[in-house]
Design a protein around this ligand. Sequence first.
Ligand SMILES: Nc1ncnc2c1ncn2[C@@H]1O[C@H](COP(=O)(O)OP(=O)(O)O)[C@@H](O)[C@H]1O
Ligand SMILES: [Mg+2]
Length: 282
Amino acid sequence: MKNDLPESAGAARQRAGFLQIEGLAKSFIADQAVFADVSFTLERGEFVCIIGHSGCGKTTILNVLAGLDQASAGQVFMDGREVAGPSLERGVVFQSHALMPWLTVRKNIAFAVASRWPGWPAAQVAAQVEKYIAMVGLSAAIDKKPAQLSGGMKQRVGIARAFAIEPKMLLLDEPFGALDALTRGTIQDELMAIVRATGQTVFMITHDVDEAILLADRILLMTNGAHSASGYVAGGIGETVINTLPKTRTRAGLHHIDGYYALRNHIVDFLIERARPGANPP
Ligand SMILES: Nc1ncnc2c1ncn2[C@@H]1O[C@H](COP(=O)(O)OP(=O)(O)O)[C@@H](O)[C@H]1O
Ligand SMILES: [Mg+2]
C-alpha cells in the first residue's frame, strides 16, 4: 500500500519541511470551498495541532494528509514524495477507535504489524505487538476483545496500533474527544511521554485548547467558511501560534507557567471572535 509518487531529487531538494502542504482546497459544493489556500509545513519530530470549530474542515484536511481523501486543489508531500493514497508510512488514529471487534487486542495490532512487514516471522510480530501494548499500559488486557475494554482502553489500543507500525508520521483526529476528563488527562500524559521518547512527527486535531497547549509545538487556528456581504469566503488557517512554553510542561503544572493564560486567552479569543466571520460581522 505504498502509493506515494516518487519525486525527482531536484524537486525534493527544493522543498522545505518533512510534510509540505501547498494550496490545499476542498469543495463539496461548487464555488463554496470548505477551505482554500491551506499551506503549511511540519518539520520532522514536530507536534502540530489544528483547532477550529466543527465543520471548518479539520477531518477533511487530515484525511487528505492520510491519503484517504482527495483535495480539490493543492498538493501534499511527505518526505519529498507526493501523498497519493493511503500508506503504512502514516499511522492514523480516528475519533472513534476503529478496532476490529472480532479480534483481540493482540490480533488487532498484529494485523497491522504483519501488513507493514509481511516478511517478519510470527515471533518478531509478537514481540513488536507486546512492546507497544506494554507502552500504553495494556499488557494485562492483551487477549481481550474491544467489547471487554473501556473507551479509554480502546483509544489506547488505537494509539498502540498506530505507533506499532513505526510510521513516519502520526495523524490523530480528536483521539481523546469521547473520553472523560480524567482518562483524557492520563492518556495525554502518556502520549506526550511516548512522542518525546520516540521523536515522532504528529499532526493532531483537537477542540480542546489546553490539550493543544500541552502537546503542540505549533497550533494552527482555522476559520470556518462563511457567506459575507462580498460573497462566500472559504475557511482556512487564520493564524499560526508558536508555543513557546517550556517543553517540560505537564498537564498538572500548565496553569502555573508564565505565559500560559496569555496563550490560552489568545486562542479562545480567536475561536470566539475570528473563527466564524459570518457569525460575528465586524
Ligand atoms: N463526504 C462529504 N460530502 C459532503 N460534505 C462533506 C463531506 N465530508 C465533509 N463534508 C462537509 O465539509 C465540512 C467539513 O467537514 P469536516 O472536515 O468533517 O469538519 P471538522 O472535522 O472540522 O468538523 C462540513 O461542512 C461537512 O458537512
Ligand atoms: Mg472532525
